[in-house]
Ligand binder design. Structure first.
Ligand code: LLP
Length: 418
């Protein structure tokens, strides 16, 4: 579900034609739909309305402060993974009381800021981290609210780089170690364990692994209550999948229908940490054709966006639809759609059947709203793309295209090599 549609052969985002954005902002540019963001957040929020819940949008999926602000204004909390994301959250005007913080390697500095700001809870991923939180909170005369991140040991059937809840993954604590960890936290004066957290992976299209994980954790919750742990939150993480190609992911309603009966009896506030589900199909990467190169064994469409702008195809072999911004009657050809970067792995799509393009034609890489811009880099000294937010007939640049000076802004040539 998204708000990118053709009107008389022209691709629009809501009421704005993408070719207009290309004229005014140039390419490559990320374009996001306000209506799609709100639609996805709203559907999930309504689906869980029968139970107390908090949807903490996962900032890493798309961390632009305009996107974060949009969701927070709609009522979302945030899931953050670093001090940088906390900085963005505060810039976007989000209350720390709605922020949860997971991450396998939080530094003392990051923990200190989270404790000072009084975030909802820190998801603790190791015992040494727990000790550090206690020390940091004690030094500031505070009590830090925490949850332990538990590995429920289920296989979410997704790409191995984005599966996180299995015993061999680096995230969280083994289920068997959890009780001792909570007991240790209870013995501390500056830490209070108020939640339990897990995140089993990403782009999960079936609710079944969530249900399996929840069922593995429920006996632990009962045991912790027996120990007098003042649990208030059960955070089941993010990971809800979307349609990139031909997947049939569970709708918010179906997901909720499976999860609610499992968690309702324990009467904790359910926390969800969706990123992709909210932002994924709310964004496209707009790019321009530089050359169409016919080859002996393969054709290549060389476009002005590359792996530095969108790394998912190169990194995970991820599929993104690539569509023309103007439909044409040109005969169809089969080609790889590649960027200008000096790597054979620099492709946005391979073996695509598309209308034969000409230089200057515009294309949209679909489903690029999550883990698109946020994973982009300056590789090959390419400036990072501009970002635009559309709402109805209006649009605005929410991140300017980097300038050439930005590339070298933090660099210097030391005297001793001159
Ligand atoms: N919560 C935690 C603790 C996470 O680590 C993540 C994602 C999320 C929530 C949000 O997951 P989502 O709902 O977006 O699936 N770069 C990869 C995805 C990596 C996900 C990392 N953690 C990709 O492009 O597919």
């Amino acid at each position: 579900m998204h708000d990118f549609n053709y009107r008389r052969g022209r691709l629009f985002c809501e009421d704005v034609p993408l070719d207009r954005i290309a004229r005014e902002v140039d390419t490559p540019t990320y374009i996001y739909s306000h209506a799609t963001l709100m639609g996805h957040y709203g559907r999930l929020d309504r689906a869980f309305a029968p139970i107390p819940h908090l949807i903490c949008y996962s900032v890493k999926s798309n961390s632009n402060i305009a996107i974060v602000h949009t969701l927070a204004k709609a009522g979302a909390g945030l899931d953050i993974v670093s001090r940088g994301e906390l900085h963005r959250a505060l810039k976007a005007g989000v209350s720390p009381r709605r922020i949860v913080f997971a991450g396998v390697g939080k530094t003392g500095e990051e923990i200190a800021l989270a404790v000072e700001k009084g975030i909802l809870f820190i998801s603790v991923e190791s015992l040494p981290e727990l000790e550090l939180i206690e020390r940091v909170a004690r030094a500031r005369g505070k009590v830090a609210a925490i949850a332990f991140r538990i590995k429920p040991g289920v296989d979410p059937h997704t790409h191995r780089y984005i599966a996180t809840g299995r015993a061999e993954n680096k995230f969280g604590l083994d289920l068997e170690c959890a009780r001792a960890a909570y007991a240790r936290a209870m013995a501390m004066k500056h830490v209070i364990p108020i939640g339990i957290q897990m995140h089993i992976g990403s782009q999960i299209t079936d609710p079944a692994p969530y249900v399996r994980a929840i069922r593995k954790v429920l006996p632990l919750i009962a045991a912790l209550r027996g120990m007098g742990i003042p649990l208030r939150f059960f955070d089941i993480g993010g990971g809800l999948g979307i349609v990139y190609r031909d997947e049939t992911p569970a709708t918010a309603a179906r997901f909720a229908a499976q999860v609610i009966p499992e968690v309702a009896p324990i009467r904790l506030t359910l926390v969800l940490e969706p990123g992709r589900f909210i932002a994924g199909s709310a964004g496209v990467l707009l790019t321009k054709v530089l050359y169409f190169k016919k080859g002996k064994s393969k054709n290549f469409v060389i476009v002005d966006a590359a792996m530095n702008d969108l790394i998912r195809p190169s990194l995970y072999g991820a599929y993104h639809d690539i569509v023309p911004v103007r439909t044409t009657k040109a005969r169809r050809i089969v080609a790889d759609i590649v960027g200008p970067v000096c790597e054979s792995g620099d492709f946005l799509g391979t073996g695509r059947k598309i209308p034969e393009p000409e230089s200057g034609d515009l294309m949209a890489v679909m489903g690029a709203g999550a883990y698109g811009f946020s994973m982009s880099s300056n590789y090959n000294s390419r400036r990072r793309a501009a970002e635009v937010l559309v709402r109805g007939r209006r649009f605005e640049i929410i991140r300017a295209r980097e300038r050439w000076e930005d590339l070298t802004r933090l660099e210097r040539i030391p005297e001793f090599i001159r």
